[in-house]
Design a protein around this ligand. Structure first.
Ligand SMILES: [Ca+2]
Ligand SMILES: [Ca+2]
Length: 370
């Protein structure tokens, strides 16, 4: 359908109708929805009351609860409604059961995910001093560890989160509250090309729990993973909104990331094909920008940004695509970026009173931001 009869008169008339129908409004329903979804949540990281999410992000990275370890080790994780009883369990219903039989090292990680479990997200933990959780120990002396998965590189499509680790021992029986002070964590090099810029905590992508050699099968239970602040004025701090790591083709202007040789070849092929089909790049860009706006109003954000990017690839001065980047940025709560794209849209096309009004509304929103 995308490629249907671009040269025909009916198609051209349809496009003209589209142009009128697709003029973007100042504020969209999706934007309102985003605002309500962006409310900070309390300091609970995981309570295992709604199962263990698992999925794959749009770059192919597993997200949710994943297992890791050397080949000889066995890890099983499950949410259980019948954890052992003990102190601190007044409100305990479901907990995480972790069955380990570790040769050298193994465990599980929670790569934070969106509701659909198809985007890796991060949270801002910089207002907190420690991670705490209840752990059911076996008093075996086994070496245990907790990792925090800190920030990633820009334009990344692999797991390059920076790891910080806290080591402790299974030297107690039954439930105990474990507190992991961030100041006591040390960087762990895992050879994944991670940033080396300290434990920033402003983009925490997950956490992990694991063990060194367990000397046979052991079962642990974990519950109420939460963040703590020691300073009184931070006591009621809440975890901030999700910060999604969109894949490159869902970032405006592809995030201006350096593309791989394969991606460059695919771009060149696309431009060549579309130029032949639409007579020139300008018309092809217009078509993709309008398809993008159509998807925007249908609520398909993933398709929307991909089409705007294709329009921009064909013609970096396409006003509708630049306007689209602004709309997408607003939709994602990135007001400053939206203002930038509105400015570009105004500078690269005919005067449009709706566009200017949206730009000015955005500037006013920007002024109100802290
Ligand atoms: Ca629980
Ligand atoms: Ca870091």
């Amino acid at each position: 359908m995308l490629m249907s009869m671009p040269g025909s008169r009916i198609f051209q008339m349809a496009l003209a109708a589209c142009l009128i129908a697709f003029l973007p409004p100042a504020s969209t329903k999706a934007e309102e929805k985003q605002k309500s979804a962006a409310k900070p949540r309390a300091n609970v990281v995981d309570d295992f009351e709604s199962g263990l999410s698992l999925g794959t992000d749009r770059s192919g990275i597993p997200v949710g609860f994943i297992k890791f370890g050397d080949r000889g080790s066995v890890v099983r994780i499950s949410a259980t409604s019948t954890p052992p009883e003990g102190p601190g369990d007044a409100a305990r219903e479901n907990a995480l059961r972790v069955d380990l039989n570790v040769q050298m090292w193994a465990g599980f990680a929670h790569f934070f995910q969106n509701d659909a479990a198809d985007i890796w997200v991060s949270y801002d933990w910089s207002g907190f001093d420690a991670l705490s959780f209840w752990l059911y120990g076996n008093n075996t002396g086994t070496a245990l560890f907790v990792d925090v998965l800190d920030n990633r590189n820009r334009c990344s499509s692999v797991d390059d989160a920076e790891r910080y680790v806290y080591n402790f021992k299974d030297d107690f029986s039954g439930w105990r509250l474990i507190t992991v002070p961030f100041a006591g964590m040390v960087r762990k090099e895992v050879g994944n090309g991670a940033p080396k810029d300290g434990l920033n905590l402003s983009e925490v992508h997950g956490w992990a729990f694991g063990a060194r050699s367990t000397g046979g099968p052991k079962t642990y239970y974990i519950d109420s993973v939460h963040l703590r602040s020691t300073s009184p004025h931070k006591k009621d701090a809440a975890i901030g909104a999700q910060q999604p790591d969109y894949p490159i083709n869902e970032l405006p202007m592809y995030g201006l990331c350096e593309k791989t040789a394969d991606q460059k070849r695919a771009d060149e092929k696309f431009i060549k094909q579309m130029t032949q089909r639409f007579q020139n790049r300008t018309d092809a860009a217009d078509y993709f920008a309008r398809v993008g706006w159509n998807a925007f109003y249908k609520g398909d954000r993933s398709l929307t940004i991909k089409r705007f990017n294709q329009a921009w690839l064909l013609n970096s001065k396409n006003q509708l695509a630049l306007w689209g980047f602004a709309a997408i940025s607003l939709d994602r709560g990135r007001v400053k970026e939206a203002a930038h794209y509105f400015r570009l849209a105004i500078d690269n096309g005919p005067e449009n009173s709706n566009l200017r009004r949206d730009y000015e509304d955005t500037l006013r929103r920007l002024e109100k931001q802290p």
